[in-house]
Design a protein around this ligand. Structure first.
Ligand code: SAH
Length: 272
């Protein structure tokens, strides 16, 4: 198995949209829990992760935002509702873009926020056109995340900020690991990188890393919660993906949960 192409990724998000809605809710990303996790629902915890990432940035009135890999628009809608900003979100999944635009309209934000289909590998925006570029749990899908980060640096204005939420390859007890107990990683379908590698690629792209929070222990409960929900959706899931794919997906949630080398990082960087 190799990395699926952007087109295939988009197709998968759209064809499993109904299932994803029930599995993750409006935010297609991890949740953030305290230690101990308490009784936050997955929805509450995923909203908190959006707020955590936003908290690494200074969002100023009038800022223009680009959301790379916008899902059904919830993180950008939350940001635009909280701040006097304008923005555009892109996704490779057509159905998501249509829903995101409808959701922005329903939130009364259509004049400030819009969504369109685009491939992040080839950002269709002029140089220096955004104050904030935001990529929450989307870069791991890209054929080359460093290329996307260079593109993000290109479209940022001087003084602009990049915010990233992404999977992370962690050392376990100080020892480097390849996370090969996770089949998607072993098969090359998911590439994970260490924090130092991340920082050096941000610098190579001309950005200055400003914040990096390893939130792995706060986001880890997401896997167990997702597995629990997925089991509860068994009947419906079987109709969409069949028994074999259902079991594979469930076992993947557990592999991620059991592999301490798979973590999660929130990053912020600035274009000088
Ligand atoms: N950031 C959103 C969605 C995360 S899911 C949220 O937090 O809710 C990953 C998103 O990345 C999906 O919207 C998917 O369509 C998008 N994506 C994946 N590959 C892409 C690519 N090459 N170009 C643009 N979007 C992409």
């Amino acid at each position: 198995m190799t990395k699926p192409t952007p087109f295939k990724v988009g197709q998968a998000y759209d064809s499993f949209a109904e299932l994803l809605d029930q599995l993750w809710g409006e935010n297609l990303h991890h949740g953030y829990w305290d230690d101990p996790p308490g009784d936050l629902t997955l929805e509450e915890a995923t909203t908190r992760l959006t707020d955590k990432l936003a908290g690494l940035l200074t969002v100023k009135p009038g800022d223009h935002l680009l959301d790379i890999g916008c899902g059904i628009g919830e993180p950008a809608i939350r940001l635009a509702a909280a701040h006097d900003i304008t923005g555009v979100g892109i996704s490779i999944a057509e159905g998501q873009v249509e829903r995101a635009n409808n959701r922005a309209g329903a939130a009364g934000l259509a004049e400030r926020l819009s969504f369109r289909v685009a491939d992040a590998m080839d950002l269709p925006f002029p140089d220096e056109s955004f104050d904030i570029v935001w990529a929450l749990e989307s870069l791991h899908h890209m054929p080359d995340r460093w290329h996307v980060i260079r593109q993000a640096a290109r479209v940022l204005r001087p003084g602009g900020r990049l915010a990233i939420g992404d999977f992370l390859l962690r050392r376990v007890d100080g020892v480097p690991s390849d996370a090969s107990s996770v089949d998607l990683v072993r098969m090359g379908a998911l590439k994970l990188v260490e924090l130092d590698e991340y920082r050096s690629h941000l610098r190579e792209a001309g950005l200055v890393p400003e914040a990096a929070e390893d939130v792995s222990d706060r986001t880890r409960p997401s896997w167990g919660k997702a597995a629990e929900r997925f089991e509860a959706l068994r009947e419906q899931a079987l109709q969409h993906i069949g028994a074999e794919q259902f079991e594979t997906t469930l076992s993947r949630f557990r592999q991620f949960d059991d592999e301490p080398a798979v973590g999660y990082v929130l990053l912020a960087a600035r274009k000088p």
